[in-house]
Design a protein around this ligand. Structure first.
Ligand SMILES: Cc1cc2nc3c(=O)[nH]c(=O)nc-3n(C[C@H](O)[C@H](O)[C@H](O)COP(=O)(O)OP(=O)(O)OC[C@H]3O[C@@H](n4cnc5c(N)ncnc54)[C@H](O)[C@@H]3O)c2cc1C
Length: 371
């Protein structure tokens, strides 16, 4: 087992580090004003960070999942809101790379990796189905030459800025729970983008509701086989959990770094140990996914559960320990610590809540215990 970074991994980290300082410098203003980071996203695209685990022929770095994890953590330590936008773009690209047709790969992935589309969106959750994604009510019905989608999606990251929506919709009788996946251009008639949600944190990430009213798309918009949308979503979420675990590590690293700067780490050895354990399992999950032929669902859930919980503890502990000070140099630390505390909460919610991760882990335990 070799824990040293390979040159391509180090190169990816260096690319992320090259952007982190300016992201951190803008993070508080962007958060105050809830400004979507269009310019920064283009910088990330130019650095190859919208397709870290995407093949170079589609504009990606082809640097693998461990490199991706390291890059997300590095960006998250500077601004968690930018990191989640980056993570969703990478996730959308990976779904198209793995399950899309050649034509979809060649047209859609480079649009995101190059920054031509600032974003892609992953449209699974609905007003009445989050954890129970299979209970979705959005339906796609066949037309003469394609499909028509009608329904509503909720909490869609980057929805107001995306060029392409990956939309899951039911395509069979409700009792069959048959679900398919479609790539839908964001400017297709019939799509309405709701107002940005007013969140407690990550204000610079965009989260909206989408409605689809008889949205007509051609037959070749389907991604993967008809009826295979649900397993595709579950596989994508396994990978997405590594992304959110990595984002959480970045948040914890930022909190720890401020605590170290201010000499506030006394007694935090248990939390420090928990952070390093979370980092190890996140990297292991990333490594397993990178092998291509190994299961990693359980490790991704453990990583997301542990990293998001420990990041929440680091952010809360840092904020609790901050002394009162009127020193203006200290003010930046105080405001960034408050941002981390607000930003970290959703890491326990999106890509599956902590309760859902516990269920995934428990099911795996039971399965392995069964003869
Ligand atoms: C900022 C933000 C961005 C998001 N971005 C996206 C996105 O880009 N795309 C997308 O598709 N979705 C996105 N989501 C949605 C997110 O994935 C869901 O919020 C999440 O899956 C939880 O679903 P829910 O909100 O409907 O809560 P529910 O599923 O209703 O859960 C409510 C509570 O009940 C608990 N619970 C639910 N089921 C069980 C169970 N079986 N056992 C024990 N406890 C349970 C949950 O843990 C939670 O505490 C985003 C959400 C947020 C807040």
């Amino acid at each position: 087992m070799d824990f040293r970074l390979q040159p391509h991994q180090q190169d990816t980290v260096t690319r992320a580090q090259g952007l982190a300082e300016s992201l951190r410098a803008q993070a508080l203003v962007r958060d105050d004003e809830a400004t979507f980071p269009l310019d920064s996203l283009k910088d990330l695209a130019d650095a190859g960070l919208m397709g870290v685990n995407v093949r170079p022929e589609y504009g990606g770095l082809g640097a693998g999942v461990v490199a991706y994890s390291l890059a997300v953590s590095t960006i998250a330590a500077a601004d968690p809101a930018v990191a989640v936008t980056m993570a969703v773009n990478n996730m959308v690209n990976e779904v198209i790379q793995q399950f899309g047709t050649d034509d979809q790969r060649q047209h859609l992935i480079p649009a995101i990796t190059s920054g031509e589309f600032s974003c892609g969106s992953f449209c699974l959750s609905e007003p009445g189905s989050g954890s129970d994604a299979a209970g979705m009510r959005t339906r796609a019905t066949r037309t003469d030459d394609g499909w028509s989608i009608t329904g509503a999606k909720a909490w869609i990251t980057s929805g107001a800025y995306a060029g392409i929506f990956l939309v899951w919709a039911s395509t069979g009788p409700p009792e069959d729970r048959a679900i398919s996946l479609f790539a839908v251009p964001a400017d297709t008639p019939g799509i309405t983008v709701g107002n940005a949600e007013e969140k407690m944190g990550q204000h610079a990430s965009n989260t909206v509701a989408l409605s689809f009213d008889d949205v007509k798309i051609p037959a070749d918009s389907i991604v993967g086989e008809p009826g295979m949308g649900f397993p595709i979503a579950m596989m994508a979420l396994d990978g997405g959990r590594i992304g959110i675990a990595s984002q959480s590590l970045g948040i914890a690293d930022a909190a720890r770094s401020i605590a170290e700067d201010l000499g506030l780490t006394d007694g935090l050895h248990e939390l420090d140990a928990a952070l390093e354990a979370a980092r190890s399992i996140t990297w292991r999950a990333a490594w397993l996914k990178e092998q291509g032929d190994r299961p990693f669902s359980r490790e991704a859930s453990v990583a997301k559960l542990m990293a998001s919980e420990v990041a929440g503890q680091w952010a809360a502990e840092l904020y609790r320990r901050l002394p009162a000070s009127s020193d203006s140099a200290f003010e930046d630390h105080r405001r960034f610590a408050a941002k981390l505390l607000r930003d970290v909460r959703v890491t326990r919610i999106y890509e599956g809540t902590s309760e859902i991760q516990r269920i995934v882990i428990a099911r795996d335990l039971i399965r392995r215990a069964s003869p």
